[in-house]
Ligand binder design. Structure first.
Ligand code: R5P
Length: 294
């Protein structure tokens, strides 16, 4: 072959460079199809491998709870600072602008209110409607040890089956009943069950002792719920400790929406989760943003 042809061939076809087969960045997620991975990459930032989800789905059993009375006024301004929004389809359709580019994790189980037995949930969203709304994942509450444990696990597996057909990840949310011990043994049990049964990622509560055993034994990413409102420094410390122990993000609600300065708090949580900022420094950052606003 003439020399000129060889160089054109190399320039245009790069025949000497083999095509790369990239591994997907997220723990345990390499064997999914493209659509499922793409959805997960709308929730977890591919650069840091982590996520800050803003949870405001509480109304599905609590109604207009503190901080969430007016989602349009109090929550919408926070959306730009979150990686993903965790909400119900009612709020998505009625309040969230369809122009949003954020990942959406949609609550897909429900039934009982705070006045009844909470574990008695059923699937509350059809997969077709989740697809119609172009969400990035659906979330289902799993009540390990609860009265309706099997029913809630069945809700998870049915959603996983439906999700697998269309590339929709399922978030298994471990609900901790009043009688359950809030320790690593329980969180590890509940998280592992969700992952074994097909959840693409799991939300659980952080516990100070041995949380690294919970994340290590769960083959898919774990994000932590925020839980009851804490002073900001404590909430930032909890987020930092969880990340340090192997969590790949937070799904925080009350610790953000009930803060005096929700946007500043969300920005500080981002620093901890995505940049590994120390909690004390992140708290100073929170204070400075809060004071700037005054
Ligand atoms: C419970 O209502 C939902 O699963 C919430 O999304 C979850 O509890 C996270 O919210 P918070 O940080 O307020 O606990």
């Amino acid at each position: 072959m003439p020399e000129a042809d060889v160089s054109i061939k190399e320039k245009s076809y790069f025949t000497d460079i083999p095509q790369q087969n990239e591994l997907f960045f997220l723990k345990g997620s390499n064997n999914y199809d493209w659509g499922m991975k793409n959805r997960l990459a709308r929730i977890f930032n591919p650069e840091s491998g982590k996520t800050v989800m803003l949870a405001f789905d509480h109304g599905y059993f609590q109604g207009p709870t503190t901080g969430l009375e007016r989602v349009d006024i109090s929550i919408l301004p926070l959306a730009p600072s979150a990686d993903a929004l965790m909400l119900t389809r009612g709020i998505l359709r009625s309040i969230i602008p369809a122009s949003t580019a954020k990942g959406v994790v949609m609550r897909a189980s429900g039934g009982p209110s705070i006045l009844k037995e909470l574990s008695n949930e059923n699937i509350a969203v059809d997969m077709e409607d989740a697809l119609r709304m172009n969400v990035s994942a659906v979330a289902v509450q799993v009540f390990i040890g609860g009265e309706f444990e099997t029913q809630s696990v069945h809700n998870l597996t049915r959603l996983v089956d439906a999700g697998m057909k269309v590339g929709m990840p399922v978030l298994g949310v471990t609900a901790v009943g009043k009688d359950m011990a809030r320790d690593a043994k329980y969180m590890g049990l509940a998280s592992r069950i969700c992952a074994e049964l097909g959840a693409a990622f799991v939300k659980t509560y952080y516990v100070p002792e041995d949380f690294d055993t919970v994340t290590a034994a769960c083959p898919v990413p774990i994000v932590i719920a925020g839980g009851k409102k804490l002073p900001e420094l404590e909430a930032l410390t909890m987020a930092a400790n969880a990340i340090q122990a192997g969590a790949l993000g937070v799904d925080m609600g009350r610790n953000i929406v009930q803060s005096d300065a929700p946007v500043a708090m969300l920005q500080a949580v981002r620093k901890v989760v995505h940049e590994g900022m120390k909690p004390r420094i992140a708290f100073e950052y929170f204070e400075s943003l809060k004071n700037e606003k005054k």
